[in-house]
Design a protein around this ligand. Structure first.
Ligand code: THU
Length: 300
């Protein structure tokens, strides 16, 4: 049973986006603490969503996403607090409690992605999370409810490893999710060895990176150095932790990366390595690069 049944028969979604939307719905439900439920999402155009908005809600304008919950939530109650609310919505055909339907406007997904300067995938995932939370009883009619919903959206996006550059105060679990999420950004056609990294600055900002290879082999950049570059162009140069993910086993940083991390350490950095399934391991940079040569030796 899928958490999200996507109807995109016209193939409007960007390639590879479908599984991200399924993961987004799954993550929203996991953060809310509900299982055994499902929802439907149809990918529509600007015109189609305007028609839906007019006929179903009496609002004659297009929007980015619409959700139609099948559960009637009492004020301030979400599904996680009262899972029994889904009892009436059992759908024997899909073998799950059906939370409702979502219409996702692909036109707005592309427009908003450009406007916010991130990928269409991220925008579509965010809108799916937003819509799933509506189906779970969240709302943003008043400031208080809006703050609760926004905090939940952030939590789900972090669980997906999708966050904005420089976002602060992620805990270890979020950083691990971000490093694992960054695996999908890897360009590694030669080694097929994907590496994702999440670098944390001394004031808690996070920056991701992924390895990107080159036909010349030698011009390859590792995930850690990609993350360092990403932080540097955001004006951030002092780091306390790095999380490095690969698909299996452990990818301890290579010699060049150890040296680069040493340049920008705010303290004896924590270097975490792991993957999706096994327990993560941590070592201090001073143990990985003993007797190092760094900026201190040149009086910096
Ligand atoms: N790689 C990293 O991204 N980080 C490391 O510290 C070790 C190696 C990448 C580089 C290359 O794309 C692939 O892993 C195989 O060496």
């Amino acid at each position: 049973m899928k958490a999200l049944i996507v109807d995109d028969e016209r193939g409007l979604l960007p390639e590879g986006c479908l599984s991200l939307l399924e993961n987004a719905a799954q993550a929203a439900l996991a953060c809310e603490g509900v299982t055994g439920v499902s929802a439907g999402l149809r990918v529509v155009t600007d015109e189609e969503i305007q028609t839906l908005n007019r006929t179903m809600r009496g609002v004659d304008s297009a929007t980015d996403v619409l959700s139609f919950p099948s559960v009637n939530y009492p004020k301030g109650v979400t599904l996680g607090r009262k899972p029994a609310l889904v009892k009436k919505c059992y759908d024997p055909e899909i073998g799950a409690y059906y939370l409702g339907d979502v219409a996702l406007n692909i036109g707005r997904v592309l427009e908003q992605a450009t406007q916010y300067g991130h990928g269409a995938d991220r925008e579509a995932a965010y809108l799916t999370v937003h819509a799933m939370l509506h189906l779970c009883g969240y709302d943003h009619m008043n400031e208080e409810d809006k703050a609760v919903m926004r905090a939940m959206e952030k939590k789900v996006m972090r669980a997906l490893g999708l966050f904005k550059n420089g976002e602060r105060f992620m805990d270890t679990k979020d950083c691990i999710a971000a490093a694992i999420g960054a695996l999908d950004l890897s360009y590694s056609p030669y080694s097929n060895f994907r590496v994702g990294a999440c670098l944390v600055s001394e004031d808690g900002q996070c920056f991701v990176g992924a390895n990107f290879e080159n036909a010349s082999y030698g011009a390859t950049i590792c995930a850690e150095r990609c993350a360092v570059s990403n932080a540097i162009v955001h004006g951030v140069k002092r780091f306390t932790k790095v999380f490095i993910a690969c698909d299996r086993g452990y990818a301890w940083p290579c010699g060049i990366c150890r040296q680069v991390l040493n340049e920008f350490k705010a303290c004896d950095m924590e270097v975490w390595v792991g993957n999706k399934t096994d327990e993560w391991k941590m070592m201090k940079l001073s143990s990985l690069l003993p007797q190092s040569f760094g900026p201190e030796e040149l009086g910096k």
